[in-house]
Structure formats: C-alpha cells, structure tokens
Design a protein around this ligand. Structure first.
Ligand code: PMP
Length: 310
C-alpha cells in the first residue's frame, strides 16, 4: 500500500488524516455519491514542486459533478480557490518526492435518499506516494469477464466513486488470473480501457485509441499523448478497436495519471512486439517524462508551480 501523508484538506480545513471522516449516514458512503480526480505533483531536481495539468483536472472534477447533478459545489468554488487549497495542502506536509493528490467532492448530506441536487457537499484532498498501478516495463493484461459500464447507465466521462466497483471487479479478476491489469470491452465488444488507464495501439506507424464516445473516461494523459503525437507528426486515429487488433498490434501501451506511460507486453497470453517496448511508445514516453519533469520548454504551460513556503 502506498504511503499516505499525515495532513489532509477536508471541508476548508487542514486536519490529520485520522480526523478526516465522513458520516456512515451520508450519501457519499451510502451510494458512492462523490466525484474525484487524481493529479501528480512532480518533485523536480532543484526541489520545486509542479502540478501537472491542474486546470484540466479541476475542470474534469467540476464537469463530473455537473453530470451527476451535484450542484452545491461549483457555487462556492473556482479554479483559483482550488489552486490555493492545493497549495495549502502541500505546505502542510513535507514533500521530497513526486506524489499524487486525490481530490474528491463528497455529498455529505445525511439520509438524503437517492437524489443529488441541493445537498451539502465538501472537498477533501490527500497526498500519497506516486506508485504506478501497473509495471512500467512490460505489463500483462487480461480481457475482463466484466464489461465497461455504458455511458447510458453510469456516465463514463464523469469520474464517479460509486462507478469504480466496475474497475475493482475487472482488476481483481485480472490479478486472480496472474495478470497485472485488465482490458475492459464496451457493451459492443470493442476495446475500451484498463481499470484506471486509457489504451493506445500502434499499427503500421499510426497511433490508434478508442474515441471519446466509446464509454471511456476522457483521460487527461490520453489527451496529452494525442498532443505529443501531433507535435511528433505521428498519424493518429480515434476509432473503435477490435480485441483481435490488440493481439496483432505492433505496439500497445496504457496511459493515465497512475499508470504513466506503461508499455504492454502480453495480452491474453499473446506476446506483443516480442516483449520489446516499440519505437513510438518509447518516443512518446520520453517526451511525456520530459514534460512531467519540467525539462521540455515546449510544454512548460502544462505545469503549475506550487509554492512550498507560505
Ligand atoms: N480511465 C479510467 C477508468 C481511469 O480511472 C483513469 C484514471 N483517472 C484513466 C482512464 C486515465 O485518466 P487520466 O489520464 O486523467 O489519469
């Protein structure tokens, strides 16, 4: 289990993690009625801290709340206030490594029943060690026995806590079978994503990923990979991918905040690219890390410096 830092942000206050608790009678606990995002804060060589695509994360969080109908949050918040809250949280802890921040809007109205509007909500944030959720040098994936929940049942582009039972089932199924993670297919049998990462394949020099109307989460790293490909002049396609295309792809990789860029070397016992990380994956991965580490001037605008002293 990843290390969690002691001080958290909870309902406008900095408090120790043991005290940051939600009621057993609140909607967040009863129905998983919370939305969240996770973003990295990168510790650079000179000891400074940068949040990656903070504004995109805030926007997705707000949009998730909007889709679900949590309407009491945005009235009191904006991006600048969020950035100040992140800074306050960072300053309340001593950070000497790259970390993840999990920011969640919880509905904490007690016994409200199965509804979402006009209910009390709060923001919580905690910091934890940035351990990747899958191996970084050749992960093994298994097609899940579970399908990705369709957008018409639980909105896929909203990051809703309760919906993550779908990911839990699929990831555990993969681990039980000796794999690192799963491939969730959509209800039509097309490739959708991993338990908590998006997927890309390379076929004949083209980078291909399922489109955003394929019941997947609109990953911020997915968007970053497409932007990197654009700059590198690598052709891209956003379209349906059949499972069998994965088996014969030249390269496959996953991307996400907690997966980073993870080459995939085995899918359902089929070996991908002779278990070697392919050239396009390598190129994208190298640029991705230069962006995160702040050494790539072209993408400096994707980083938000976080002041470590008040
Ligand atoms: N899909 C799912 C289901 C996820 O949980 C995540 C992780 N947030 C992703 C994709 C990747 O999204 P991002 O790049 O924004 O981390």
């Amino acid at each position: 289990m990843a290390k969690i830092y002691d001080n958290t942000y909870f309902d406008n206050n900095i408090i120790p993690i043991e005290q940051a608790n939600l009621s057993i009678a609140g909607s967040a606990v009863l129905y998983g009625l919370s939305v969240y995002t996770v973003f990295p804060i990168v510790y650079t060589k000179n000891g400074s801290l940068n949040a990656f695509r903070l504004k995109d994360h805030y926007n997705r969080l707000i949009n998730s709340a909007k889709i679900i109908g949590i309407d009491t949050f945005e009235q009191n918040w904006n991006y600048n206030k969020f950035k100040c809250a992140v800074t306050e949280l960072i300053q309340a802890n001593t950070i000497k490594e790259t970390v993840f921040v999990r920011a969640t809007i919880h509905v904490n109205e007690l016994v409200a029943g199965t509804r979402s509007r006009g209910l009390k909500s709060l923001l919580s944030m905690f910091i934890y060690e940035a351990e990747p959720i899958i191996p970084q040098n050749g992960a093994k994936l298994k097609t899940s026995v579970w399908r990705r929940i369709p957008d018409y049942a639980i909105p896929s582009r909203a990051k809703v806590n309760g919906a993550y039972i779908n990911s839990v089932l699929a990831k555990q199924d993969a681990i039980d079978s000796g794999y690192d993670d799963c491939i969730l297919l959509d209800i039509n049998g097309h490739v959708c994503e991993l338990s908590a990462a998006n997927i890309f394949i390379v076929r004949s020099g083209t980078l291909i990923t399922p489109g955003t109307s394929s019941d997947l989460l609109e990953g911020i790293n997915r968007k970053t990979v497409l932007e990197i490909a654009h700059i590198l002049k690598i052709p891209t396609e956003e379209r349906n991918i059949d499972l069998t295309e994965l088996y014969i792809a030249d390269e496959v990789f996953a991307c996400g905040t907690s997966a980073f860029i993870a080459p995939i070397h085995l899918i359902d016992a089929r070996i991908i690219n002779n278990k070697q990380t392919g050239p396009i994956t390598k190129q994208v991965k190298d640029i991705y890390w230069s962006i995160l580490n702040g050494t790539n001037p072209t993408y400096k605008n994707l980083l938000t410096p976080i002041e470590t002293v008040a």
